[in-house]
Design a binder for this molecule. Structure first.
Ligand SMILES: Cc1cc2nc3c(=O)[nH]c(=O)nc-3n(C[C@H](O)[C@H](O)[C@H](O)COP(=O)(O)OP(=O)(O)OC[C@H]3O[C@@H](n4cnc5c(N)ncnc54)[C@H](O)[C@@H]3O)c2cc1C
Length: 601
């Protein structure tokens, strides 16, 4: 499909507030909420009509606009930043009206493109107002006109999604703002409350739960300009950073001061500290060093209502009042926008060794994991697990021969420390133990290049499955470590029942496994849309039955919100909803995340 150009037309018009689409067929998927359906004479339309607001009153299914593709004659409907092929104009909309101004983006010719075919997922009765030119002007006054994206679908597209595959999860913001200070964010939040516009905070957009996707449109608040390391305080062993600092850059910066930042999501080179705090990110070192929250000592936060508050600081201990830092960490951008973060640092480790250990089957590999700690008395830095399908596929993808012909599962273990002697003792203890427990072999990486090659096997698994089929659901379940083998038959059963691939790999040391549910390329998109919720429900139910939950580190976001009632009872969901309401009475900050729609739980 090609697009030859996009034109922007500003139309001041009495139009109907988004309220609803009856049926909007595009690739047979139900579409919801076009903000507005209109066309313009400039769109070369063969037919064009527009029904005035007055003639629409009580008219049931008014036709807002329809035109035909200039060459094929296919009926087309243009919706703000979208252009869909409609089967029938009377399928389009019904809604209630109010006066507003809107800017229309019309593609010409109106052929569906990637950005134009995004799904809108607003509930039928949106409590939010549209972004108007007046609001854009006020936002420009706050952050400066050059730090606003509006009317630029090609440049705004990047802000419509995170790293969750699938266009059905994406949603275009109405406007992207890039503030530079807490004060600017405070003003934006006050304005958004006044005008009832949703605001979605975004760090680097590497999330895997659609947390930074503006599912209700409105303002996308990017922290990309707030990327300064404010202070590295060696004496107190803390760093103070702005939220947009990339995690890997902080690690490198503190290393120069002989210090160590322990946070290590596998996306370390992509993600930001603000996103790590909002998701309470874990990663490859959590077994020894814990997750992000362990290192958050202080936060400067803009509350959803616009007040700026400061919690904690450089002091190590603090039991004064409720522990609000712990509440905000992992709140997925729903309770406040972090504008400064004080992080605890550790002494820099200087020695590390990586081990790659193939086993004949999953139970032997998983069985070894706790014994490394209990019998071997070693707390490894990383203890990663790769199931049989993951191992086979990643080696094929890398074009390498697996390290042993009979691999049924593999562990990747890293040990670090400040003394060579201690690290040698620890990794030798692990080798001896694993060989006793049936390891097929042990490979040792103790130079930067061998360590990197070993980690690459683990890190490339996701890419290997994307190469098979990009349509997939990336899952992040967690079960008690010893229950991992009990989950394997269930994965096998689901994989066969639904004819999908379900590779399993991840942080075995803390029971947090990533299961990628990969669509069979032969399965139709419609069948996939129908089967995925059923697979997820069965998977999550099994996980809950093992004492686990639906996300260990990626968060609930909007991707998993419908499934929250499978693992949290109504009382707990209600308590959390009330906390949200206390912070954000108008549900302005990152709505549509964590909680299922009210009627679903
Ligand atoms: C290849 C790959 C590997 C990954 N590996 C891991 C892993 O090992 N462990 C892990 O935990 N995650 C992992 N992730 C997921 C992701 O990188 C993390 O969730 C990360 O913390 C997101 O950071 P971000 O800056 O990209 O946040 P975004 O995706 O931009 O946002 C994530 C959430 O944080 C909120 N948010 C962002 N900034 C702020 C702020 N300043 N104030 C308030 N809320 C804010 C957003 O609203 C959203 O809800 C991986 C992702 C990829 C693509």
């Amino acid at each position: 499909m090609t697009v030859t150009g996009i034109v922007t037309v500003t139309v001041n018009i009495i139009l109907r507030r988004r309220s609803f689409v009856k049926r909007f067929d595009h690739e047979s998927k139900p579409k919801t909420r076009p903000d507005l359906c209109l066309s313009s004479p400039s769109c070369n339309a063969a037919t064009f009509w527009y029904t005035t607001a007055s003639s629409r009153a009580g008219a049931g299914l008014p036709k807002l606009a329809q035109h035909a593709h200039p060459t094929t004659g296919t009926p087309l409907v243009t919706c703000v930043d979208q252009c869909y092929t409609a089967n029938n104009a009377s399928d389009i909309l019904t809604a209630d009206w109010r006066e507003t101004h809107i800017q229309l983006l019309l593609s010409r010719p109106c052929t569906p493109t990637k950005e134009e075919s995004l799904t809108h997922t607003n509930p039928p009765e949106s409590p939010y107002q549209s972004v108007t030119p007046d609001l854009i002007r006020e936002l420009s006054d706050i952050v400066g006109a050059s730090f606003i994206l509006y009317d630029a679908p090609d440049r705004m597209l990047d802000y419509s999604h995170d790293e969750v595959p699938g266009e059905e999860h994406a949603h275009m913001p109405d406007v992207v703002v890039k503030p530079d200070t807490a004060e600017q964010i405070s003003e934006i939040m006050k304005l958004a409350n006044r005008e009832r516009i949703p605001v979605t905070p975004r760090g680097a957009g590497s999330g895997l739960s659609c947390g930074a996707v503006p599912v209700h449109g409105g303002i996308l608040l990017s922290t990309e300009r707030m990327n300064r390391i404010v202070e590295i305080d060696r004496d107190n062993m803390v760093a103070v950073v702005e939220p947009g600092v990339i995690t890997g850059e902080l690690s490198s910066a503190v290393r120069e001061h002989g210090l160590f930042y322990a946070g290590y999501p596998m996306s370390v080179e992509l993600c930001s500290i603000g996103g790590n705090v909002a998701e309470n990110a874990g990663g490859g070192r959590a077994i020894k060093y814990g997750v992000t929250g362990r290192y958050v000592m202080g936060l400067e936060v803009v509350l959803p209502t616009g007040e700026i508050v400061r919690l904690g600081g450089k002091r190590v201990k603090d039991v004064t009042g409720y522990d609000l830092i712990s509440l905000l960490v992992g709140s997925e951008g729903t309770l406040g926008v972090f504008t400064k973060i004080t992080l605890r640092l550790l002494p820099q480790t200087t020695v590390r060794v990586v081990l790659l250990i193939p086993f004949e089957d999953v139970p032997s590999a998983i069985g070894a994991a706790p014994k490394i700690m209990t019998q071997g008395r070693v707390l490894p830095t990383s203890l990663e697990f790769m199931g049989p399908l993951a191992v086979k596929t990643v080696y094929e993808y890398l074009g390498e021969r697996p390290p042993h012909p009979n691999i049924g599962a593999m562990l990747l273990i890293e040990v670090d420390g400040t003394s060579q002697e201690q690290v040698d003792t620890e990794y030798n203890a692990i080798i001896d133990l694993c060989l006793d427990l049936g390891a097929l072999d042990v490979y040792v990486g103790n130079t930067p290049s061998t360590e990197k090659r070993m980690w690459r096997v683990r890190q490339e698994i996701a890419e290997a499955f994307l190469a098979i089929c990009p349509v997939q659901s990336i899952e992040d379940i967690v079960v008690p470590m010893a229950q991992i083998p009990d989950l394997m038959p269930e994965l096998e059963r689901l994989s066969q029942k639904y004819d999908v691939l379900m590779p399993c790999f991840g942080h075995a040391g803390d029971g947090n496994l990533h299961i990628h549910i990969v669509k069979n390329p032969e399965t139709s998109p419609e069948a996939w849309q129908e089967q995925l919720p059923r697979i997820l429900t069965e998977l999550y139910t099994a996980v809950a039955g093992l004492g686990g939950t639906i996300s260990g580190e990626h968060g609930v976001g909007s991707k998993r919100s419908h499934y929250l009632p499978l693992v949290l009872g109504p009382v707990l969901i209600d308590v959390q909803r009330r906390i949200k309401k206390l912070f954000d009475p108008l549900d302005i900050l990152n709505p549509g995340k964590i909680f299922p729609p009210a009627e679903a739980g």
